[in-house]
Ligand binder design. Structure first.
Ligand code: DX5
Ligand code: ZN
Length: 221
């Protein structure tokens, strides 16, 4: 399995965004998690396509775009850049989820589906075979720096079983409250992609903190 780290730019210093990107790149992180919020689906407004446009060409790191917006179909194509590897939408925000993930894939991008802490894995039964990643939210989306919701571990475990039973090739990304202290149990439960925002960017030395995560991930290989 491919174990990867996706630092969330939400907790970066936007006054020196590029320098912060360089730090996680130096630490060996695999991609950049981009939290897009619209002030409707979640009570916060964050990153838009212009920010990614500004980073494009400056970094080779793949973009892992997490859309926390209503009616995402309207904006999906705006987030397709040379670097874009994944675009994920929320199950709760999509009336025609199958159409939306097909659309993402038609743009040459991997499709992900995120579910909130109170959303059941059962809502993924009919979509798993059509997607590349599930994001298990282990906080309620909207803000960085919240605490990890423990029931997420059971969901990760059950989801990995569903994926294996179905023979699908789907990544499990875990987003919210992930720290070096709980990363091992998240991975042991069956996740293979970790998002970490505040753990990395609020640390005194983000390069060192990134390396800490990378060492934990390497231990899984
Ligand atoms: C939450 C976002 C997360 C957030 C994670 O709405 O989707 O990606 O940035 O931040 P931490 O790692 O601080 O919980
Ligand atoms: Zn996120």
């Amino acid at each position: 399995m491919d174990y990867r780290l996706s630092p969330s730019l939400l907790s970066a210093d936007f006054g020196q965004l590029y320098e912060d990107v360089r730090k996680v790149e130096e630490g060996g992180a695999d991609m950049l998690h981009i939290d897009v919020m619209d002030g409707h689906f979640v009570p916060n407004i964050t990153i838009g396509p212009v920010i990614l446009q500004g980073l494009e060409g400056k970094t080779k790191m793949p973009f892992d775009v997490h859309l926390m917006i209503e009616d995402p179909d309207r904006y999906i194509d705006k987030f397709v850049f040379e670097n874009t590897e994944y675009i994920s939408v929320h199950q709760e925000a999509c009336t025609h989820l199958h159409r939306t993930v097909q659309y993402i894939r038609s743009l040459g991008v991997k499709a992900g589906v995120a579910i909130n802490p109170a959303t059941s894995l059962r809502t993924l039964d009919e979509i798993l075979e059509y997607i590349d990643m599930v994001i298990i939210m282990t906080v309620n989306p909207g803000f960085g720096g919240q605490s990890f919701i423990e029931s997420g571990l059971r969901k990760i475990y059950e989801l990995r079983e569903m994926i294996e039973k179905g023979g699908y090739k789907v990544d499990i990304e875990v987003d919210g409250g992930v720290k070096p202290a709980n990363a091992r149990k998240v991975l042991a439960s069956g996740a293979n992609v970790l998002v970490a925002g505040s753990a990395i960017f609020s640390a005194e030395d983000p390069v060192k903190e990134t390396k800490k995560f990378m060492d934990i991930l390497k231990g899984m290989k």
